[in-house]
Design a protein around this ligand. Structure first.
Ligand SMILES: Cc1cc2nc3c(=O)[nH]c(=O)nc-3n(C[C@H](O)[C@H](O)[C@H](O)COP(=O)(O)OP(=O)(O)OC[C@H]3O[C@@H](n4cnc5c(N)ncnc54)[C@H](O)[C@@H]3O)c2cc1C
Length: 496
């Protein structure tokens, strides 16, 4: 995985890692050869009515716009529309309705887990407006912005953002699913901070959804994720939070089992101000010591208390870590410190892509020592797993509480998430080997699966997961009714 950005704190250069992950072991991204298809009717008419661009398979620009985060999810729609503004979104949706096409909004492709072989891929990268109201502590983002585009600007005003763990994920894509990040136990779902949403519905009309306007859509768009429209802008509240206290503690292969069991005990009574997860990582040997070439246990930690000064944060955060440090012993690397809010992504140090990724995620209903043993059996320091990340995040706290306004976010009540990532490469870890290892750990954890899983963890959910696990039954029913009403022609596909 490229860009283990948190590691740059440690003197390990991210550019080198990026090149190792992107072009070394994996090889260069494969060239796609889109199949020539029959021209959809009146594509020239669509082209002429847009400020943005339209690409048919085979035209220059098509391949550049269908590439996304995951190189294993080839996207070959019938048409790509790169919208220049909101009016382009409306025109595209109306054209799709008139021509019996479907519309698939996309920014980064972080959520593209399956081949898309039909319809219109609607690319939002040019919807890049960012307006910050520092006095009100709110910001408005266009759908073309990733967290990395937003967070540094907020920080200049002393503001933070409730994001996911990876800085290159699209802000709107994450927020539509809820958004569980490194500060979630303290600050809740990212979507709890949304104040209003502009969206183009299935008729091509622009609507504003807020607690006082189109309340049904405001409820549905926070967690309902798909089938509701193309979001063009969101206005979001920002905590006045220039810093948190956090980072990562890395433990050597020989300590993984002991420290992972300690973590399961330690989290039993940590307060809501403590956010933590663990990941067994296998970084390639090209990564400089002490992290490359051998498994390590990465314990992520963030102490959050909005309103504290830097000094107060350091002292309260260190106090919260005292018991952990006493239990876990000395890490091989410790990056915990006062962390500016524009560097929160360093806590997890996620890959930036593009990469070939095998991924499986779920929400689990408990963590105990048996579960830790299962993780260790399949990815611990003693085994030769091809999986690069096996992660467990502690949820709960503010995530488990409903936000200020009711919403459709699924999975709030589940106490833990699990995520397994593999990065296949022909020489060291072929696809079949990675997939088999991933399935083995997935099957071993079946008994821990909770009743719900959040959409952002379900990847591209199966029809069964969509029907039965993403939302409680009443929420799913209400979402279905709103989708049918707001998208009467079924232009936005959902639910497989
Ligand atoms: C490395 C990595 C780390 C991640 N970390 C987290 C995390 O910490 N927490 C978390 O909650 N999730 C996380 N995710 C999941 C991520 O939030 C979702 O995959 C999210 O949908 C990605 O949004 P995107 O715009 O970047 O991706 P895209 O693939 O561009 O979009 C994904 C989907 O979002 C919807 N969408 C995007 N833009 C619009 C729009 N303008 N209007 C309507 N629908 C739209 C569409 O359904 C689209 O298919 C992670 C994913 C990856 C790959």
């Amino acid at each position: 995985m490229p860009g283990w950005i948190g590691l740059s704190l440690l003197g390990i250069r991210a550019p080198r890692l990026t090149s190792v992950w992107q072009h070394g072991r994996m090889g260069a991204p494969a060239e796609r050869e889109p199949m020539a298809r029959e021209l959809a009717p009146d594509v020239d008419g669509l082209r002429a009515s847009l400020r943005g661009e339209v690409f048919l398979p085979g035209e220059p620009g098509f391949v550049d716009n269908v590439g996304g985060f995951n190189l294993l999810s080839p996207t070959s729609p019938e048409l790509v529309v790169v919208v220049a503004d909101e009016a382009d979104v409306q025109t595209t949706v109306r054209w799709a309705v008139a021509n019996g096409q479907t519309v698939h909004p996309q920014l980064t492709g972080h959520g593209a887990y399956r081949t898309l072989d039909h319809g219109i891929l609607l690319k939002t990268q040019h919807l890049s407006r960012l307006a910050i109201d520092a006095a009100a502590a709110t910001f408005t983002i266009g759908a073309g912005l990733r967290w990395i585009d937003v967070v540094p600007e907020l920080h200049r005003h002393g503001l933070g953002a409730v994001t996911g763990s990876a800085k290159t994920v699209g802000a709107v894509g994450l927020l539509l699913g809820g958004g569980i990040g490194p500060l979630g136990r303290s600050l809740g779902m990212a979507s709890d901070w949304i104040r209003s949403i502009r969206v183009v519905d299935g008729r091509g009309d622009v609507l504003v959804a807020s607690p006082v306007e189109n309340e049904d859509l405001f409820w549905a768009l926070r967690g309902g994720k798909v089938g509701l429209g193309v979001v063009t802008e969101m206005t979001i509240a920002a905590p006045r939070m220039p810093h948190v206290y956090g980072g990562g503690l890395f433990y050597a292969a020989a300590d993984i089992a002991r420290v992972a069991h300690e973590w399961a005990d330690w989290i039993e009574d940590v307060p809501e101000s403590t956010n933590t997860s663990i990941a067994i990582l296998r970084l390639p040997p090209e990564v400089p010591p002490p992290l490359g070439g051998a498994p390590v246990l990465h314990v992520r930690f963030a102490y959050v208390e909005v309103g504290l000064s830097g000094e107060e944060l350091i002292s309260a955060g260190e106090a919260a870590l005292t018991r952990w440090r006493a239990r876990a012993g000395t890490p091989i690397l410790d990056t915990v410190g006062l962390l500016p809010s524009d560097r929160i992504a360093e806590i997890h140090a996620e890959p930036e892509g593009p990469l070939p990724v095998w991924e499986w995620g779920d929400f689990i209903d408990r963590i105990d020592h048996d579960l830790v043993d299962v993780l260790l059996l399949h990815s611990g320091g003693d085994c030769a797993s091809p999986l690069v990340t096996v992660e467990v995040r502690m949820l709960g706290g503010a995530i488990a509480r409903p936000g200020e306004h009711p919403d459709a976010v699924g999975g709030r009540s589940q106490p833990f998430s699990v995520l397994v990532l593999g990065v296949p490469d022909d020489a060291a870890a072929p696809w079949a080997v990675v997939e088999a290892a991933g399935h083995t750990i997935r099957d071993a954890l079946v008994g821990y699966s909770g009743p719900e899983v959040n959409y952002n963890w379900a990847n591209h959910p199966s029809a069964q997961t969509f029907r039965s696990r993403l939302w409680p039954a009443a929420t799913a029913r209400r979402l279905a009714e709103i989708r049918a009403r707001r998208d009467p022609h079924g232009v936005f596909e959902h639910g497989n």
